[in-house]
Design a protein around this ligand. Sequence first.
Ligand SMILES: Nc1ncnc2c1ncn2[C@@H]1O[C@H](COP(=O)(O)OP(=O)(O)OP(=O)(O)O)[C@@H](O)[C@H]1O
Ligand SMILES: [Mg+2]
Length: 134
Amino acid sequence: MLGEKLRGGITVVRDYADDLPSIEAIPGELNQVWTNLINNAVDAMEGQGILRVSTRADGDRVIVQLADTGPGMPADVQARAFEPFFTTKDVGKGTGLGLDISRRIVVERHHGEIGIASRPGETILTVNLPSRRS
Ligand SMILES: Nc1ncnc2c1ncn2[C@@H]1O[C@H](COP(=O)(O)OP(=O)(O)OP(=O)(O)O)[C@@H](O)[C@H]1O
Ligand SMILES: [Mg+2]
């Protein structure tokens, strides 16, 4: 799905743990989350950089991280990033809904957590999913 976007100067590094526990989840909804996070990372890197996709277990929880080598998010952007319709992109390029939808899928639909850690040159989005949705 994202092959076209990832072509060119973006290197994808996959770092998947092989001991992940199974969790109860809605795959189609989580695919929307990964799509939104990857799109943001690719947009931020403007065609050049490294996208690291990693998974690991934390007890019976699963942690997924998307890390990019883009410019990073200033503190004021980080503070508002999950607000619906908050975007720094040009009119017609972003609706500002990607992170709002992702947060709702992770937190409200899966009782998980999503967070941002960002500094110039590195942004990491972490999704932490419990073993059960209820
Ligand atoms: N990986 C990232 N690096 C730098 N900034 C980011 C990153 N991810 C999100 N942002 C910032 O957070 C803002 C909100 O992201 P969000 O995905 O909600 O909306 P959008 O990407 O602007 O639009 P949409 O996802 O609806 O197309 C972005 O406009 C951008 O400023
Ligand atoms: Mg987005």
